[in-house]
Design a protein around this ligand. Structure first.
Ligand code: DLL
Length: 432
């Protein structure tokens, strides 16, 4: 089923017309309501009237995660706080989260694009959707929740974790759709085998998986083990959350809901816009958002776009599966982690040296993060009890900043290899 065939199957000419109109209105709004954008445009000698349509988009400034950080927490909001009905947050590059705000209309648009996402995956009113993305500041749980209700399907708002219960409810409530990270889906598949629940005991038929990169071989494994169609869904908090793009049942690229989120592909080094089909960094302009509208937001995700009409009938451009990032962000169990966050925690702890290493692995389908930290030599001669208490202190601080569990290993000075150039802070042993 196509949820909104008017927009999703619109001719590209008609779509461009609407996008151009929305862009002009957006620039007017940002210029009048957000001092940050007004100043940037003034510096570039640009007035809203200079932006006549999509052809002028490239003249506008980019927005980065650093800009959100510099204006923490609400400095880029384009409406008064009385209009903001919800706030979410994702990891920033240091301890400070990236904060996003939604007006009532934003929530309604978000529900619309998530309803489109579910319909794209083949879900409808008769489905029972188990939402195992985390509820809370993360956009995954509540984002999918509202869209599922809009679709009219039945929601099971179980949130993440508690694997045995996930499997029990999946069986007892007859869940037909599961929404979680792809790595958790694999973990669930394995855990259900151990619980002697096999796919014939379940009614699952579709999975909507995203929030982290995954490969075609992971897809195959999930589809076989759970006997479902596994759909890749993509989104980021800054742009709205889940609902930015999704695969349809053709599984041949992710349709971007371009009437709301206008994509460009740029060279991550030069910032130049690349010709259609080129591989580069994905950039979004949020055409309709009110709370936190963003101009040319640099996602740091690397992909390419395909403008051909899909055999499903949708005309919305498709992005290829993300192949990586142009920065050092890691996604561990669906949670975004920057090595600089670890560094900022360690800087607060006087016994540690500024040398650390993050080792990421996938053990039994679960991501595991181990942090090696160098400590003073003299400290090593101390009693075990002291070492244990330091390890625990570092572990607690890291876990509260990063939001995931961490194994900490204290190592003697000079254990971690020194590099001549840029320090190598991460060893990622997972296969993507
Ligand atoms: O992960 C929103 C989301 C929730 C998407 C649930 C899909 C499902 P953030 O926490 O802000 O938002 O993280 C955004 O996650 O820039 C990508 O690097 C990565 N990402 C999200 N979806 C995918 C995907 C949510 N399907 C960051 N494939 C993005 C690869 C993905 N990477």
């Amino acid at each position: 089923m196509i949820w909104n065939s008017h927009f999703e199957c619109m001719s590209r000419d008609e779509l461009s017309e609407i996008q151009g109109q929305r862009l002009r209105e957006l620039v007017e709004r940002l210029y009048s309501n957000v001092p940050f954008y007004r100043k940037r445009m003034q510096k570039m000698g640009l007035l809203p009237a200079d932006i006549k349509g999509l052809e002028d988009l490239y003249r506008l400034p980019f927005t980065t995660k650093q800009d959100l950080r510099d204006n923490y927490p609400f400095g880029l909001f384009a409406v008064p706080m009385s209009e903001i009905v919800r706030v979410h947050a994702s990891s920033g590059t240091t301890g400070q989260p990236t904060v996003v705000g939604y007006t009532r209309r934003d929530i309604s648009i978000w529900s619309e694009v998530v309803a489109r996402t579910l319909a794209c995956s083949g879900a409808g009113r008769d489905d029972v959707v188990q939402i195992s993305y985390g509820y809370g500041l993360f956009t995954g749980g509540l984002g999918i929740h509202y869209g599922t209700e809009k679709l009219g399907a039945t929601v099971i708002p179980i949130s993440g974790g508690n694997t045995a219960k996930q499997i029990q409810l999946m069986r007892d409530f007859g869940s037909t759709v599961i929404a979680c990270t792809p790595s958790y889906a694999l973990y669930l598949a394995e855990a259900s085998e151990e619980m002697d629940v096999n796919s014939s005991d379940l009614k699952l038929r579709v999975g909507i998986f995203g929030a982290e990169p995954w490969t075609e071989s992971m897809r195959k494994e999930i589809e076989e083990k759970l006997n479902i169609t596994a759909i890749d869904i993509y989104g980021l908090s800054e742009v709205i959350g889940p609902g930015v793009s999704t695969e349809c049942q053709e599984q041949a690229g992710l349709h971007i809901f371009e009437d709301h989120f206008f994509p460009e592909i740029i060279d991550p080094e030069s910032g130049d816009v690349l010709p259609p089909g080129s591989h580069g960094e994905l950039v979004f302009t949020t055409l309709t958002k009110e709370g936190l509208p963003l101009l040319r937001y640099r996602t740091r995700d690397l992909t390419h776009l395909n403008y051909e009409t899909c055999s499903c009938g949708r005309t919305m451009v498709r992005m290829a599966k993300c192949t990586g990032r142009s920065d050092d962000m890691l996604i561990i169990r669906g949670v975004n982690i920057f090595p600089s966050q670890v560094e900022s925690v360690l800087l607060e702890i006087s016994e540690t040296k500024p040398h650390y290493l993050l080792i990421v692995d996938r053990i039994n389908n679960l991501d595991v993060l181990q942090v090696w930290v160098e400590v003073d030599n003299q400290f090593f001669s101390d009693e075990i009890r002291k070492l244990e208490s330091l390890t625990l202190r570092i572990k607690n601080s890291l876990e509260s900043t990063l939001g995931i569990s961490v194994q900490v290993k204290l190592v003697e000075p000079k254990t971690i290899e020194r590099s001549q150039g840029k320090a190598k802070r991460v060893i990622d042993k997972r296969q993507f």
